[in-house]
Design a protein around this ligand. Structure first.
Ligand code: FAD
Length: 322
């Protein structure tokens, strides 16, 4: 009988692990919390030109190519699923729940966590004075904050954040003719090329950058927002039509509250909540592996996720021989 391996998350890492496991002679079963597999790239309508040989493919196309490949292999992907897991020295027991009811229960040799990350949201800004009074039509979160802007006619944008997403957003908005103010708490952490391309055109470009700065308070006006910034000793006021919050990502690990570890300590996470992995994508708990962004804060990308999924699968095959 084929040995089951359970995979949590159907993004590039989880789907790659499933493919490799199937090729290595295992029975992979994937559970995905969303209604469709594909992970973050499912939402990326821009070209993903970071994968050798597929320069004109959008993230959306890539996700559907990945999905179609698993379909040809008849690998089950249980969608809209949540899980209850017990990890013991004998293996992993899993209940897959859908809308609160157990849909399937089984025992597996191993489990791979491939749940990725999510962008930081309200909790990171809710303490700014006046934030609670802002209209939802003026505040946007995450990398696609810019996507429907053209329909609104709004053109003065405050971006909070200093990573790649913040500077990519600034570039896109500038090219759409917006006036952009970027406020970073520290110095920019975005790729140098991106920062330089935004800075190079400053101040004529319509992008201004405040580093080591913070928003002190916001005041809701009729259609705009008055923002008071602190930058060094200076106080600066800007009137904007919308605010894009791009404070980066955090790992999806909240499912761990439904996990029990019968014969080991709980899974080791780092101080930011990422799953700690050692060589071969092995975690601190035997039988538990992790792959992709959930354990890879420094190099998140499709290509590393695909590779780590493959490595996790190969490690399971090697460990199963011991
Ligand atoms: C806007 C944007 C553009 C990007 N552009 C690029 C690019 O051009 N090139 C590039 O290489 N990378 C890009 N990335 C990054 C890339 O998408 C990620 O690095 C990659 O998707 C990581 O794959 P993953 O499988 O680890 O995680 P994800 O793609 O995040 O997939 C994780 C999956 O797990 C699911 N999940 C979460 N929690 C649970 C749970 N408890 N149970 C079950 N399932 C769960 C999620 O719904 C998701 O489907 C971009 C990211 C964004 C947001």
């Amino acid at each position: 009988m084929l040995q089951k391996v359970f995979i949590l998350g159907a993004g590039p890492a989880g789907m790659s692990a499933a493919l490799w496991l199937r090729n290595l002679g295992f029975e992979p079963i994937v559970a995905e919390s969303e209604s469709e597999s594909g992970g973050m790239q499912r939402l990326n309508f821009l070209k993903n030109n970071w994968i050798l040989g597929s320069e004109s493919t959008t993230g959306v196309d890539l996700a559907s190519v990945h999905r179609a490949h698993l379909e040809t292999l008849d690998i089950p992907v249980l969608t809209e699923a949540s899980t209850k897991v017990d990890v013991s020295a004998q293996g992993v027991k899993i209940d897959v729940l859908r809308r609160g009811s157990i849909q399937r229960s089984f025992e597996a040799l191993a489990i791979i966590i491939a749940t990725g990350t999510r962008f930081r949201s309200h909790e990171y800004v809710s303490k700014i004075a006046g934030w609670g009074s802002l209209l939802s039509s003026t505040v946007f979160f995450g990398p696609f904050a810019f996507s429907k802007l053209a329909l609104t006619g709004q053109s003065e944008v405050l971006i909070l954040g200093g990573g790649d997403n913040a500077f990519e957003n600034a570039k896109i908005l500038r090219d759409l003719g917006c006036r952009v103010t970027i406020v970073c708490r520290s110095n920019p952490k975005a790729q140098r090329k991106l920062v330089e391309s935004v800075r190079a055109n400053h101040p004529g470009s319509g992008v201004e950058l405040f580093c080591e700065s913070a928003v002190v308070n916001v005041i809701r006006l009729e259609e705009k927002v008055e923002v008071r910034l602190r930058s060094g000793k200076e106080q600066i006021f800007r009137r904007v039509s919308r605010i894009h919050v791009l404070y980066g990502y955090e790992p999806n690990v909240s499912f761990l509250k439904n996990w029990s570890f019968t014969s080991s300590s709980p899974l080791a996470l780092d101080s930011a909540g990422y799953v700690v992995v050692e060589s071969g994508q092995r975690t601190s708990v035997n039988g538990v592996y992790a792959a992709g962004d959930v354990c890879n804060p420094n190099y998140p990308s499709v290509i590393t996720a695909l590779a780590q999924g493959a490595i996790a699968a190969k490690s399971i095959e090697m460990d199963s021989r011991c």
